[in-house]
Write a protein that binds this ligand. Sequence first.
Ligand code: AMP
Length: 287
Amino acid sequence: MPKLALPNKGRLYDEVRAALSDAGLDVRLASDRVLFASLGEGFTALFVRARDIPEFVADGVADAGITGWDCALESARELETLLDLGFGRCRLSVAVRAKPDGQPTTLDSVTDGARVATSFPRLAEQFFIERGCQIQLVPISGAAEVAPHLGIADAIVDLVSTGSTLRTNGLVEVATILESTARLICRPRPMLDPAIASALDDLALALGSVVRGRQHRYVMANVPRARLADVRDILPGLNGPTVIDVPGSDFAAVHAVVPERAVYRTTARLKALGCEGILVTRIERLL
Ligand code: AMP
């Protein structure tokens, strides 16, 4: 029975559960505190800290896991990505105190001997070593942004999404070390039992279809027959639009899958061509 390590709380918890549920795997928890839960389809969930998931997967305690790519890289364990889930987007950045006169600050302000507070010691050290800078690590487990104000650090290396926490604390981002999203990870393929590997491929396919579904919309429109050729350019769809003849009418019904970011422009162009009954719906899964 494949075992999946999942975040037990924190920023990724709700989105991971929602993605699994949309893929047809519902977490059946007996209480909020349980360590194990059934996911259905033969999967068991093991709920642990997001930070510990790479270690559990690499050690074979779980067959796969979902966690931030930042955690996987910090663990420095050998792991494979089965799927990028696209959510949990953030970056690991270097930040320093803003200058009181508002003058720009750069990474050059972090020099040899600078004290850098972080809960990502491995990635932070590697970043500065590659730049020929010898920093002094100040390991902390959370709230790095207060360290410069407490006088215990000159800079921090921390996860940032909007940047508002840094701004509130008078800090400026001066470099991005890496970009991260939530990923489905497993041990290198040759180390996996073939039956487990096949179950994980099915899981990646199901979760991937959820991710693709969220990135697209299904657009339907009644198109004047005379404009069908123009609409084919506007609605390329995955394999061209589906055109359904409406006998005895001057219109044909056209259906197509459209990238979410293109829906605004697409609907405006369809309307301008004289289309009617334009309908946009969400897609649960797209395989
Ligand atoms: P946590 O809430 O500390 O359990 O964070 C778990 C994971 O959420 C992190 O390792 C990141 O991959 C992800 N994450 C996404 N946005 C942020 C953010 N702004 N700050 C911290 N973690 C984030």
